[in-house]
Design a protein around this ligand. Structure first.
Ligand code: KG4
Ligand code: ZN
Length: 347
């Protein structure tokens, strides 16, 4: 008897993705179509372009994942889709596709919170413990920087988050100031590895604040001043020496990582006693950052908490983290065919 399977669909931002996943978590087929080249010239994701690109790609992407897995609709137990949060037009394409297939194949529909899925990616590490809850969750992505108390995979309590820019957004904006390709996180990290992190002393906003909130816009402004001085808006004509770029990236990355590490550390100290959450789980695109991974591990070793970071290839948006749908299925949490999108910021 073969394993039960589900189809997971992801289209919240600018990646169109689908995966066929066994109940055991094993992935039989998957496909991701990235839109990076479409948004590059705008230094950010353009919602209308993203929605149109999803529309063109969604069926071929699903088809590819299903063919790779060698399955048909009738072989599936359920169809799952991320319905929140994200760009409205992007979400709509995935949700309409999922509803249509669920109806056509007569299979139950499961709606997923994209942020919960990012953290669930921690459970998809080889050898991860069966039960990783309760734990403190850190989500660091292009749109979010938040701390949660995770009671279970699908019951998360918001502790705090950014009051302005997300960490990934700050990486992308700094990359744009330095004329690096979009999305900038990876490019900034590459240059940072060759730079001097002490060259600039950038602010670590709210690092001593007791609240679990973050702020990265002051850091972004400090980088802007360091590169061009106050007042300058147009960076395109600016000639920045390569060593300056490397040093700015290293100093910027160190500032972001310092804040993320020390706030997570404080949150876990507090909740280890209060809620029995002795483990930190980390997901989202910025969790692929090597410096962040290294410094978090050092903090975990020093303070004696357990650390699980999503594997690098499951940090940025993908449909495999939609394996969380099995948890919703087991809890009997199904969506109806009148499922609508919920674009807004989710706590
Ligand atoms: O999770 P994700 O793919 O999309 C959202 O749900 O937002 O995160 C994308 C973000 C981008 O801002 C990207 O620049 C950042 O993650 N990112 C990184 C790295 N890889 C991706 N930031 C820093 N270092 C990296 N290695
Ligand atoms: Zn994401």
């Amino acid at each position: 008897q073969s394993q039960e399977l589900l189809l997971s669909i992801e289209s919240t931002c600018d990646e169109t993705a689908a995966a066929v996943i066994e109940r055991s978590g094993r992935v039989l087929g998957q496909c991701i179509a990235t839109q990076e080249t479409l948004h590059e010239q705008f230094n950010g994701v353009v919602p209308e372009i993203a929605a149109r690109a999803h529309l063109e790609r969604i069926l071929p992407v699903i088809d590819t994942a299903m063919k790779q897995a060698g399955v048909m609709g009738r072989d599936l137990t359920a169809v799952a889709v991320a319905d929140r949060p994200g760009l409205a037009g992007s979400l709509l394409v995935g949700v309409v596709a999922a509803k249509t297939l669920a109806l056509a194949w007569n299979r139950p529909l499961i709606s997923l919170n994209h942020l919960h899925a990012h953290l669930y990616a921690c459970q998809l590490i080889d050898g991860a413990p069966e039960d990783i809850y309760p734990s403190v969750g850190l989500i660091v992505s292009g749109g979010h920087t938040s701390l949660y108390l995770c009671h279970t995979a699908i019951e998360l309590e918001y502790l705090g988050g950014t009051i302005d820019d997300a960490a990934g957004e700050a990486f992308d904006k700094v990359a744009a100031m330095l004329s690096l390709p979009f999305p900038g996180g990876v490019e900034v990290a590459k240059l940072a590895a060759e730079g001097n992190e002490k060259a600039y002393s950038f602010p670590r906003s709210m690092i001593h604040d007791e609240a679990d909130d973050f702020s990265f816009s002051g850091l972004k402004t400090a980088v802007r001043y360091a590169i061009a001085g106050p007042g300058r808006q147009d960076f395109s004509s600016l000639q920045i020496p390569e060593q300056v770029k490397r040093d700015v990236c290293a100093s910027f990355e160190a500032a972001v990582v310092d804040v993320l590490v020390s706030k997570s550390r404080r949150a876990i100290k507090r909740h280890r006693d209060r809620s029995g959450a002795g483990r930190l789980i980390v997901g989202g695109g910025v969790a692929a950052n090597q410096r962040l991974r290294r410094d978090l591990q050092a903090a975990a070793d020093e303070d004696g908490f357990e650390l699980l970071i999503a594997p690098p290839h499951l940090c940025t948006d993908n449909a495999v983290m939609g394996a969380i749908a099995w948890k919703k299925l087991e809890a009997g949490l199904f969506a109806n065919l009148d499922l609508d999108i919920t674009p807004g910021l989710q706590r």
